[in-house]
Design a protein around this ligand. Structure first.
Ligand SMILES: *[C@@H]1O[C@H](CO)[C@@H](O)[C@H](O)[C@H]1NC(C)=O
Ligand SMILES: *[C@@H]1O[C@H](CO)[C@@H](O)[C@H](O)[C@H]1NC(C)=O
Ligand SMILES: *[C@@H]1O[C@H](CO)[C@@H](O)[C@H](O)[C@H]1NC(C)=O
Ligand SMILES: *[C@@H]1O[C@H](CO)[C@@H](O)[C@H](O)[C@H]1NC(C)=O
Ligand SMILES: *[C@@H]1O[C@H](CO)[C@@H](O)[C@H](O)[C@H]1NC(C)=O
Ligand SMILES: *[C@@H]1O[C@H](CO)[C@@H](O)[C@H](O)[C@H]1NC(C)=O
Ligand SMILES: *[C@@H]1O[C@H](CO)[C@@H](O)[C@H](O)[C@H]1NC(C)=O
Ligand SMILES: *[C@@H]1O[C@H](CO)[C@@H](O)[C@H](O)[C@H]1NC(C)=O
Length: 411
């Protein structure tokens, strides 16, 4: 269009050349764009979806069972994304998806799924599923076998995925224990109202071998304390990263630190954005953080600050603290000391002012005072003089009296 408009003032010969060019472009453009998005490798694709290579993306449209089983989709489809629909209910997968033998990635993020059934995600339908994304839904994991025997699943994304009207940690724990996911390496549970997790949450019931789980994301999940047995090397030998950032963790007791230290693999922990409270309860953590004995890496440890709830150390960098200064029982005493100090300062100030006023008054009345002084001097002198003479007299008299040879009668 732009080309045609620009050609208007040009002579006829040149216009012909341009016309041929633009016609060429019109034919070339679709070819170019299809070269950018891989050509669909499936013989059929659901009508409301976009296919590229072995992947299908459906936005605002949920494909039917029949559409997913037309042509070679069920054997060739590798990645299926269905987002932005109003679907709320997921019954067992056989009725919704059927068996998709080659599916590696299923992304159902940003729908309104609030209800799942046993076997909503089962190896019957997804024998080769490696990545399951359920972000931004409102799932109630009421069915304990929601993720049934997904033997090859390596990544489970449940960010902002769980129903927000209740504490869901118990449901999560039950679901994980009952749903077998023996190959799971990464689990994302960010932005859910989890609350504190029970010790067995990630203790998957694996009949053979140990869990390969390596990365656990629990950012912004309302965690307050970390159950001592939640991250244990015995159940999670391959654990290498725990994201605990943006939670409500006020401190990590020695039991947590000891269980972290048992991981021989390089374990990294993100504690950014927690209200760590710098009092005696944080002492072990501070010592641990400052020592070089641990192989555990704390992300940005030099940026961890004491929360403003820390009475004495609020806002200070934790890495700079002297562990000996972290006190609890004495917090009130320290407070009292502070108050006493303030009182003393006030007292000294008041006394200084009074003293200063006295000096000023003295200075202003200096003439009277000098006069008074002189009068007093005079008076003293007179008294002294009289006293002096009488003293001398009486002295002599006394001396005489005290001399044993003389008696009062002699005088
Ligand atoms: C999702 O759907 C709504 C309407 O239902 C639409 O306005 C919005 O643009 C869609 N978002 C995406 C990312 O497609
Ligand atoms: C799921 O959401 C739909 C629509 O918002 C609602 O009618 C239904 O009751 C919800 N189901 C559950 C189990 O919350
Ligand atoms: C959330 O929970 C409250 C009380 O438990 C209840 O009144 C409310 O209806 C619930 N909301 C939804 C959407 O289920
Ligand atoms: C663990 O798995 C075994 C075999 O699959 C099962 O019998 C047992 O009940 C499971 N334990 C829990 C706590 O789910
Ligand atoms: C643990 O991780 C290492 C390398 O990251 C891997 O070779 C090993 O198989 C993993 N262990 C398990 C039980 O998956
Ligand atoms: C640690 O957590 C913070 C806050 O969630 C985030 O911004 C940062 O990128 C994280 N760092 C690492 C290394 O994970
Ligand atoms: C830890 O190592 C750093 C340098 O690597 C050193 O400055 C610091 O004093 C060491 N801390 C302890 C407690 O040994
Ligand atoms: C921690 O405190 C230091 C100064 O003490 C400040 O520069 C830094 O921004 C603070 N960090 C955070 C994450 O608030």
């Amino acid at each position: 269009m732009l080309l045609m408009q620009r050609t208007k003032p040009l002579p006829a010969g040149k216009m012909d050349t341009l016309r041929t060019l633009s016609v060429c472009l019109v034919f070339l453009l679709p070819l170019l764009s299809s070269a950018q998005n891989d050509a669909c490798e499936l013989s059929a694709s659901p009508a409301g979806c976009v296919c590229s290579g072995p992947n299908v993306v459906c936005t605002g449209y949920w494909p039917t069972y029949r559409e997913l089983h037309s042509g070679d989709i069920d054997s060739k489809l590798e990645s299926l994304t269905i987002t932005n629909t109003t679907k709320t209910n997921l019954i067992k997968c056989e009725s919704v998806f059927g068996t998709l033998t080659n599916l590696r990635k299923l992304d159902l993020s940003n729908n309104q799924i609030n209800f799942t059934r046993p076997r909503s995600f089962s190896s019957i339908c997804f024998p080769n599923l490696e990545q399951l994304v359920l972000d931004d839904n409102a799932l109630r994991l009421s069915a304990h076998t929601t993720f049934k025997s997904l033997d090859r699943l390596r990544e489970l994304h449940l960010n902002n995925a769980l129903y927000r009207n209740q504490s869901v940690s118990e449901q999560v724990t039950h679901t994980f224990i009952k749903s077998s996911m023996p190959s799971l390496e990464e689990i994302m549970l960010n932005d859910n109202l989890l609350g504190d997790l029970s010790s067995s949450t990630f203790n998957f019931n694996l009949s053979s071998g140990s869990s390969p789980l390596s990365r656990i994301h629990l950012r912004n999940s309302r965690l307050g304390m970390i159950n001592t047995n939640l991250f244990e090397v015995e159940t999670l030998p391959n654990l290498s990263f725990i994201d605990l950032s943006m939670n409500s963790i006020t401190g990590l007791p020695i039991e947590n630190l000891e269980s972290f230290d048992k991981f021989s693999s390089a374990l990294t922990i993100n504690l950014t954005g927690n209200p760590l409270t710098c009092n005696c309860n944080l002492k072990d953590f501070v010592v641990w953080l400052q020592s070089n004995d641990t192989e555990v890496t704390v992300v940005d440890q030099e940026k961890l600050n004491c929360s403003m709830d820390s009475i004495v150390h609020g806002g200070k960098r934790i890495i700079d603290l002297d562990p000996m200064e972290l006190k609890c029982g004495h917090i009130q005493n320290t407070d009292m000391d502070e108050q006493m100090k303030t009182s003393y300062i006030l007292l000294i100030a008041v006394l200084s002012i009074i003293g200063l006023l006295a000096l000023v008054i003295l200075f202003m009345r200096r003439k009277e005072i000098i006069k008074l002084c002189n009068q007093m001097k005079q008076a003293t002198k007179e008294t002294f003089d009289t006293h002096h003479t009488s003293y001398v007299y009486s002295d002599i008299t006394q001396a005489r009296r005290e001399t044993p040879e003389h008696s009062a009668v002699d005088v």
